[in-house]
Design a protein around this ligand. Structure first.
Ligand SMILES: Nc1ncnc2c1ncn2[C@@H]1O[C@H](COP(=O)(O)OP(=O)(O)OP(=O)(O)O)[C@@H](O)[C@H]1O
Length: 287
């Protein structure tokens, strides 16, 4: 466990009853394939409180995407459950939005930027005037207010991912799930998008679960980092990131505490890769 950090513990952190917005309880996922069963996720339990920004890291193949799909209601669970505001998730919940890595595939090339952002609102039956306002606000929030009429293919990769983020934000979800959303953009754009996510999170108070395999990114972005073990997956550790709320790409990353957290998470991931698993994944309840 992390030295001088009493809020780091094995197993996922849970909240007292009624306080969690999103609860993952004993989640297990086994894929049945022609080649046999693959137990991708063994037993995951953790909670997200309303308005938290939590990053999830783990070795490649540890079931991050599987977990996110189960949370999003896109994939059924083998055992356990996901609860949103106390309600069991059995299909894609209205109040959840997902941003995937492949922005190129998630945007409709024949629709303009504003139309792409507007589409889920249209499908949800939001009145036209309100749609216009929400689209304008979301494009403003991601710095794309100047290109509403462009087509996605006329924009850079980073701008296209901003459109995908604007679309998720305009929908006003309670929970925003992000699956390695910046993996396909260059380093500078990635840094800008990280800052964008923190600013959108602060402004809108949305609850964010952000999956990444970039350790630095998880620490820079998160208020909490959940480390997954290697497959079959359990929560290896759940750490509070006690860095100042105002994050800055240069200053925050130069802080001794950032380095300390980075070393710790790196060492945990290395252990996970080598097959280390906590003796028992004790689930802790936050005080
Ligand atoms: N549709 C599927 N059918 C069968 N097995 C699958 C399927 N999807 C994922 N798996 C297996 O489940 C395990 C977890 O995969 P998953 O993609 O969830 O991990 P991940 O942590 O997101 O990986 P990465 O970091 O490489 O993206 C892997 O062993 C993978 O091969």
């Amino acid at each position: 466990m992390l030295s001088n950090n009493p809020t780091s513990h094995q197993g996922g952190r849970t909240l007292p009853e009624g306080q969690a917005l999103l609860s993952v309880r004993g989640l297990k996922k086994v894929y049945h394939t022609d080649a046999g069963d693959i137990e991708a996720v063994r037993n995951l339990t953790f909670d997200l409180g309303r308005g938290e920004l939590v990053c999830l890291v783990g070795p490649s193949g540890s079931g991050k995407t599987t977990l996110l799909k189960c949370i999003a209601g896109l994939l059924g669970t083998t055992a356990g459950e996901v609860l949103l505001d106390g309600q069991k998730v059995t299909g894609p919940p209205k109040k959840m939005a997902v941003v995937f890595q492949e922005y190129g595939r998630s945007l409709f090339p024949w629709l303009r930027v504003a139309e792409n952002v507007e589409l889920p609102l249209k499908n949800a039956g939001v009145p036209k005037e309100e749609r216009k306002r929400l689209v304008a606000e979301a494009l403003e929030a991601v710095g794309l207010a100047h290109v509403p009429k462009s087509y996605p293919w006329q924009l850079s990769g980073g701008m296209q991912q901003r459109v995908a983020i604007a679309r998720a934000v305009a929908y006003q979800p309670e929970v925003l799930l992000m699956d390695e959303p910046f993996a396909a953009v260059d380093a500078q754009t990635r840094a800008d998008l990280e800052d964008l996510i923190r600013s959108v999170w602060k402004k809108l108070g949305v609850t964010v679960l952000f999956v990444t395999h970039d350790i630095d990114e998880s620490i820079y972005l998160g208020e909490r980092v959940i480390i997954l073990s290697s497959s079959p997956t359990i929560v290896q550790e759940d750490i509070v990131i006690d860095l100042p709320a105002e994050r800055d790409q240069l200053e925050t990353r130069s802080l001794p505490r950032f380095t300390e957290l980075r070393h710790h998470v790196y060492a945990e991931i290395q252990k996970a890769k080598q097959g280390h698993r906590p003796e028992e994944a004790i689930t802790m309840t936050a005080k």
